[in-house]
Each structure stands twice: as C-alpha cells, then as structure tokens.
Design a protein around this ligand. Structure first.
Ligand code: SF4
Ligand code: SF4
Length: 201
C-alpha cells in the first residue's frame, strides 16, 4: 500500500468493499451454477469507463507496487490502448481492445481490479437515488444459462454503489465539489498517473 496515493483508512475501506462484491458475486454464481470456465470470450476487452477518484487511486496503489520495468510496460500498453480506442471512437465504433493489464488472459492486478470487473457477468439490479430501478442481464453466457427460468436471482448493487460513494465523499471532502468529474477508462487512469487532488478549477 502506498499512503501517498490513498490514506490507509480509505484504502482499507475500498479493499473491504471489493471483497464484499467478490463474495456476493461468488455466492450468486454458485447459486446459478455459473462460471467463466471454458468461456470462449474474455470480457477484459469490454469498453468501460470508471467514475471515482477512489478506484483510480486504488488501481495506482497496485501499479506502484510493481517493479519499475513492469509498471512502465503497463503504461506503454495503456498508451497504445488509449490511441487505438480514440481512433475507434472517432469512427463511432465502440472500442473492443484487450485491457492493458491483461496478460495471457489473466488480470495482472487482480486484487486492484475495478468494481465493474468484479460485478460483470451475473444478472444484477440496482435502485438509483431517484428511486429508478435498473436491471442488468449479465453476460451473454449467463443469459443463455438462465434463459427460460421463471425467476432469476440478481446481485443487488445498490448498497455497494452507495458505499463506494460514501468512501469517495469521505476521502475527497469539500474538494469533491470542485474536482472535475471522473469518466475514464482504466487505460486513461494509468496514462494520467495517480490522481492529483490539487485542482483549483
Ligand atoms: S463473465 Fe461471461 S463473457 Fe465474461 S468471461 Fe465470464 S462467462 Fe465469459
Ligand atoms: S482490470 Fe483486470 S479484470 Fe478488469 S478488465 Fe483489466 S485485466 Fe480484466
């Protein structure tokens, strides 16, 4: 852990939340008899953007702990990813490029991977602050598995998202109101370096 990137209490809270997500995911996957084993796909090439300084910083805690050569290797891959994805977005195509920290099909920063990497796959639901209820079907393989079932168990993301927002607020405090909104791919988070919070608008 690098205290210069994230205060220890915030780092511990995001780690605990990530574990909770993992446990909830595993329990539901077990209940559905669902697993990624033998999947012909690898969703690490999905295009996702992330929205909190906390996740950005926690990713960097993992990166910072790597040997320098390895870290530079991932930064170079993230730079390539960013260039390719910008080209595809300019053509109005949704990028489908392997995540820059996926090596040989595996996540090289598994304990520090993003929230969506921990939740994607199984059917899920959440209630937004405006009370709107949203449902997510899960990946194509899980959809095939549960097709035709009368009731489908879902992972409720509501509490988890709320806790992530609480952690973000507790860390940023009043700065949260003046800092730019985060809307970045993992590659962008790597290329930009750890979040600097001295933004003055
Ligand atoms: S989440 Fe679904 S699509 Fe992704 S690797 Fe697992 S089974 Fe395959
Ligand atoms: S962070 Fe890890 S799990 Fe998430 S997309 Fe990248 S390689 Fe895959």
């Amino acid at each position: 852990m690098n205290p210069e990137i994230l205060p220890a209490d915030i780092s511990n809270r995001i780690a605990a939340l990530y574990h909770e997500m993992q446990d909830a995911y595993d329990a539901l996957a077990h209940n559905l008899a669902f697993s990624c084993t033998g999947c012909p796909d690898n969703c690490c090439d999905s295009y996702f953007q992330h929205h909190t300084y906390t996740e950005w910083a926690y990713l960097w805690e993992g990166l910072s702990a790597l040997p320098r050569e390895k870290k530079e290797y991932f930064i170079a891959r993230a730079t390539d990813y960013e260039r390719e994805s910008e080209t595809m977005l300019a053509r109005e195509q949704r990028p489908q490029i392997m995540c820059p920290i996926n090596e040989g099909g595996l996540c090289a920063l598994y304990p520090h991977r993003m929230m969506i990497c921990r939740l994607h796959g199984v059917p899920a639901a959440m209630t937004r602050p405006d009370s709107k209820h949203l449902e997510f079907p899960g990946c194509f393989r899980c959809q095939e598995l549960v097709a035709g079932r009368k009731t489908i168990a879902r992972l409720d993301r509501t509490e988890m998202y709320q806790e992530l927002v609480r952690i973000e607020m507790d860390w940023l405090g009043p700065k949260r109101r003046i800092l730019p909104r985060v809307r970045m791919t993992l590659a962008e988070m790597i290329v930009k370096g750890p979040p600097g919070l001295n933004y003055r608008g």
